[in-house]
Design a protein around this ligand. Structure first.
Ligand code: HEC
Length: 113
């Protein structure tokens, strides 16, 4: 493949085939966040860390996705930003329940904030 035009065709074909599979489905993630009222707590001035800051917390952590999926499926005890109130974290509700693909997409979106 030495001809520049051939190369361009090749890269266009790769982009067309593979890009959507890799990209985060932002709309699906946001819709899940809305249905679970995540932003009731995870927003500036609320009880929990905004997603942007959580993304910073996990920057460079290769296991971040799995850790957060675990977080969203196992109701661990969390402490509010007031440092006092403790509560079991909500399980992220998907239809069907604990749907791995939807959870992974949600977590990838959180980490891309
Ligand atoms: C009732 C309040 C509340 C709701 C609703 C809530 N969270 Fe949380 N979440 C917390 C608190 C409190 C913490 C722990 C303190 C922190 O990390 O800010 C936490 C922590 C997290 C963390 C960080 C975990 C870690 O180990 O660093 C993630 C990611 C997260 N929540 C995602 C979500 C998602 C996604 C939703 C919606 C499906 C959600 N949360 C709904 C209160 C809430």
């Amino acid at each position: 493949m030495n001809h520049p035009f051939q190369k361009a065709l090749f890269f266009m074909a790769v982009a067309a085939c593979c890009a959507p599979a890799l990209a985060v489905d932002v709309e699906a993630a946001k819709s899940l966040v809305r249905r679970n009222s995540c932003l009731k707590c995870h927003d500036v001035g609320r009880d929990a860390t905004p997603f942007k800051k959580i993304a910073e917390r996990y920057r460079g952590d290769a296991k971040a996705e799995d850790k957060l999926i675990n977080h969203l499926t196992s109701s661990p005890e969390v402490t509010y930003l007031d440092g006092k109130t403790k509560e079991e974290h909500n399980i992220a509700k998907t239809v069907p329940p604990k749907d791995e693909a939807q959870l992974r997409n949600l977590v990838q979106w959180v980490l891309s904030n």
